[in-house]
Unconditional design. Sequence first.
Length: 296
Amino acid sequence: MQDIQYKNISTDTINLPILQEKNITLDILRLDTIHPVISGNKWFKLKYYLEEAKHESKKTLLSFGGAWSNHILATAAAARLVGLNSIGLIRGETKKFESGTLQEARKLGMQLFFFDRENYRQKIIPTAIHQEEIYVIPEGGYGEKGAAGAASILSYSSKKDYTHIVCAAGTGTMAAGLLQAILPSQHLVAVSVLKNYTNLEKDILSIAKNKFHSISVVHDYHFGGYAKQKPELIDFMNDFYKETAIPTDFVYTGKLAFAIMDLVKKNYFLPGYKILMIHSGGLQGNRSLSKGTLIF
Ligand SMILES: *Cc1c(COP(=O)(O)O)cnc(C)c1O
């Protein structure tokens, strides 16, 4: 298993006419390049959970997720990397054809258990599993440890150059970490990829150490809900790739890039602002789209 390549993290400047016209700088921090399997922000979020699991001499990591979950695959790969076993509790019945994500997780040695939606919600760990040896990572890595890990993301950027840091938010764990790490003069914008997750800001603040920094949560770019998409989003992602050579995923970073460009158009960001977009990875999830949907 290949190690994490921090040296691959680049900051790419986006040159699009609308940005010049509005006098806005947009740079993208490319966490998608650190590892072929452990997607961008997931490695950072897992870091302190892994440390604690090792410290407590646990043998196995256990976590939860859906069939295309970046978090499940990252957990499987990270466990492999640090020499632990892994178990995934998966939402949904066993399917005849397993998703590419779960097949890959299995290849990395992850043992999978499937739950219907109701049982998944209750998150009861099957009795077949040896509880003492297990270290449980919350769904999506949500929690203070996840946030603390994500807080180090900005140390791979030239943080002080920006007025705004903008990221996608699922559970909001990464956003909480970034909120901890920004300077008092900076502003964090989190773009929710879930529909009607009205508690998101509260959930971010409840695990962020520094609650006094400034944050806005934007709820208008979910495209129908979590892991939902529309032709308008896919077209945007293809165009964005043509113009910038940067691939995005349709669950998180595609919606994020769309939101940023739309907010620029709508003058949400003012002339002179310098934006750092966090490319949090997730490209493996594009495998769930039918072939040919994306040009990359
Ligand atoms: C998981 C994920 C996120 C969201 O992270 P949260 O900490 O759950 O908000 C954003 N982008 C990508 C690519 C992800 O895989």
